[in-house]
Ligand binder design. Sequence first.
Ligand code: GDP
Length: 295
Amino acid sequence: MFDSLSEGLQSAFKSLSGKGKLTESNMRDGLKIVEESLLESDVSYSVVKDFMSHVSDKALGKRVLLSLRPQEELVRIVHEELVETLGPVDPSLHLNADRPTILMLCGLQGSGKTTTCGKLTQMLREQKIEPLLVAADLQRPAAIEQLKVIGEQLGVPVHTETDHQDPVKVCQNGVARAKRDGNRVVILDTAGRLAIDEELMAQLKKIDRKVGPDQVYLVVDGMTGQDAVNSAGAFNDALELDGVIMTKLDGDARGGALLSVKQVTGVPIKFIGTGERFDALEPFRPEGMASRILQ
Ligand code: GDP
């Protein structure tokens, strides 16, 4: 899989002087080809620069040039480095044994937060766990309705309070209800905006402080490239994130945003969303994604 996926790179290497073979003198051109491939994959510029300086140190060593196929060796080094940077793998939701586990989902509007609530619910249902969903996005009545429909579809309760204006209270009441009803997991679907704003961040920080979620996951749209990186930086500054869920990787996106978001937040990529259906959530696997980024 690895060799066939790097076909694009292999053919780019053919343009190198010296009959397409990497030599000491054209190694920098070889590295440039890798760099361009990462930029085409939507990895942000500063992350690419950082990453490539790491890779250059390794690639300029004798190991690459002494190997029979230097360009494949170079791609292998980049692949290894990508896997390392994208890891570690941690698909666990870290459920508590003695009290409900509170999962808080945050992210920009349209990133796929509410859909991801449904996906996590489906995953938990397969483990015979019935979560309580809490509709804490009070700005958009449609968001509350959407979560209710998801609850009905998946047969789990949804805590809603249409007359309440304070999302912190709604979350607190939701957690109290989960304790009373014996739900092992509470999923908070928080408000998003089309762009980052201070009011949103203040609200999320308040929920984080007063409700004390066990896990805070940032949901990011993988199709949005550089925007994904900027918003991830802002959420990461405001909240102590525990993981990232990147959605919409079923499309054309080559997944470079994952590398940037990982670099910016430093927290594990937990899952990737690969479709609109509730079963379209996969544990993140760095190997497959590294090959995709490096096509
Ligand atoms: P929210 O505003 O963050 O709650 O976003 P929604 O959950 O309402 O999702 C916005 C749109 O993205 C909806 O049309 C979803 O069906 C769609 N969506 C969510 N996740 C994925 C995914 O992994 N792949 C695709 N193709 N669409 C997704």
